[in-house]
Design a protein around this ligand. Structure first.
Ligand SMILES: Nc1ncnc2c1ncn2[C@@H]1O[C@H](COP(=O)(O)OP(=O)(O)O)[C@@H](O)[C@H]1O
Ligand SMILES: N[C@@H](CC(=O)OP(=O)(O)O)C(=O)O
Length: 445
């Protein structure tokens, strides 16, 4: 069985849902289809949670009206059968009323999750009906009934597998099982959610749970490109990536893939295909364990990075200094991304500054610490990247852009540079020209 995931853009309009339907109906294989909310809807729901926090009743009502209208319009344009249309209007109204009721409750993590994951429910209720009208044998599965992941970092795949199996067994046999991305249940079995963009991760968790033959992620571009196409011209899709390469690129900002996507499928060696809903015949990108080409593959960038320099109060680094530093970050559950050391100082980066004040307070007791915000990590990825003849050209960047840190050696498929965020686009474009002979240098705007 395969798992197919369609992102917000793919399900964002009547026309696009028709494209998605023809992709789903291309063959008669049984499949699980995971959908995100229509593009823009999760952002709107996040705004709704802000309205609730500020008890802004006018904004809450306005927001919910707009949400209802968007989905009513979709029903009106998509669904032919009048009875089905009316049933769907009722369903959507009921969900909107539930959201209104939740908005009046006291705010909690579960309330937040219930609200921001409701876009997926609205869309799949409507889309299931449309798939039926298209002649597809479809059953709607509710992800909240089987995505008992316990921990989002280390999902309990066996638990999900068992619950999913029970849900499918309870339904009439179908060719397509349609379900929602993003929503899950936590250790306390409360409704929770994966990180933003997490429907990719839903798809691979389900893929692992059913031991799928492959997981297809359908989006609005023909695969993972060698550089960020939002900022750089002349990028190209990469035909094959190893799991390691894809994981590095996703973690370091390649937006097409949620950072945790590949982790559930690596051990099971389930391939992940990145495909374009708007050009289904394009090859796309295959992510698998197959030995691919060596050398430079792609560049990505991750924003929101804080650089921290810690200088020992003694002249030379005393034995145990690094251990003490790491223990502090560990105690405050803060992951370190990049790290470089010299004899008297250590530089590192973090992206989660929630506990930074406490970290600083503790380290200040025995070291001098400076913190600088608003950096970006530029990540250059490829198996044995250092051996690629072109790689050395990246150091030309030093003549043009102040590089705060350089890191290589943690793995042999990643070289990371730390630059000020405002120099990110310039850096991506410069490296594209230097490393891929691709684009003329364009100054950042
Ligand atoms: N390296 C990259 N390769 C391909 N797309 C990328 C890359 N970096 C950023 N993107 C952007 O990611 C977008 C797809 O984002 P995604 O969140 O997957 O969309 P959706 O979930 O709506 O399908 C593309 O349109 C593209 O602009
Ligand atoms: N709708 C959620 C989950 C998701 O994965 O969306 P998308 O596939 O459109 O990135 C979000 O916007 O975060």
């Amino acid at each position: 069985m395969k798992v197919l995931k369609f992102g917000g853009t793919s399900v964002g309009s009547v026309e696009n849902l028709k494209r998605v339907t023809s992709i789903i109906n291309r063959d008669n294989e049984t499949k699980i289809v995971v959908c995100s909310a229509m593009s823009g809807v999760t952002d709107q729901l996040v705004r709704l949670t802000e309205n609730i926090k500020f008890a802004d009743t006018v904004a809450i009502a306005k927001n919910l009206d707009a949400l209802e209208k968007k989905h009513f319009d979709l029903i009106a344009q998509l669904i032919q059968e009048e009875t089905s249309r009316n049933l769907l209007y009722d369903k959507v109204s009921r969900i909107i009323t539930q959201l209104f009721d939740i908005s009046c409750q006291s705010y909690s993590n579960e309330v937040n999750s219930l609200i921001i994951t409701s876009g997926e429910t609205l869309l799949t209720e409507i889309f299931a009906e449309f798939l039926k009208e298209s002649g597809c044998s479809v059953q709607l599965l509710y992800a909240k009934d089987f995505m008992y992941v316990e921990s989002t970092d280390q999902p309990n795949i066996n638990n999900v597998a068992q619950k999913l199996h029970e849900q499918i067994e309870d339904l009439p046999t179908a060719t397509v099982y349609l379900t929602q991305g993003f929503v899950c249940r936590n250790r306390e079995e409360n409704i929770s959610h994966l990180k933003r963009g997490g429907s990719d991760y839903t798809a691979t968790i389900i893929g692992a749970a059913i031991n799928a033959s492959e997981v297809q992620i359908w989006t609005d571009i023909d695969g993972l490109h060698n550089n960020d196409p939002r900022y750089v011209e002349n990028t190209h899709p990469i035909a094959h990536l190893t799991y390691n390469e894809a994981a590095e690129l996703a973690y370091f900002g390649a937006k097409i893939l949620h950072p945790q996507t590949v982790s559930p499928v690596v051990d099971r060696e389930i391939p992940v295909l990145l495909k374009n809903t708007f050009n289904p015949d394009a090859q796309g990108t295959v992510i698998s364990n197959a030995i691919g080409t060596m050398g430079l593959k792609a560049i990505s960038a991750k924003d929101g990075i804080t650089a921290i320099k810690i200088k020992s109060n003694r002249m030379l680094m005393a034995h145990g200094f690094l251990r003490r530093i790491f223990e502090v970050f560990d105690k405050f559950e803060t992951a370190i991304d990049m790290i470089t050391t010299s004899e008297i100082a250590i530089s590192l980066t973090i992206d989660d500054t929630k506990n930074l004040e406490e970290i600083i307070k503790e380290i200040k007791q025995y070291a001098h610490i400076t913190v600088q915000e608003d950096y970006s990590i530029i990540c250059i990825v490829g198996e044995a990247v250092i051996d690629d003849k072109k790689t050395s050209k990246l150091f030309d960047i030093l003549n043009h852009i102040p590089v705060r840190m350089i890191s290589y050696g943690g793995s042999n498929n990643n070289i990371s540079l730390l630059v000020e965020k405002e120099r990110k686009i310039e850096t991506l474009r410069f490296l594209n020209a230097k490393l891929f002979d691709a684009a003329p240098l364009i100054s950042a705007n």
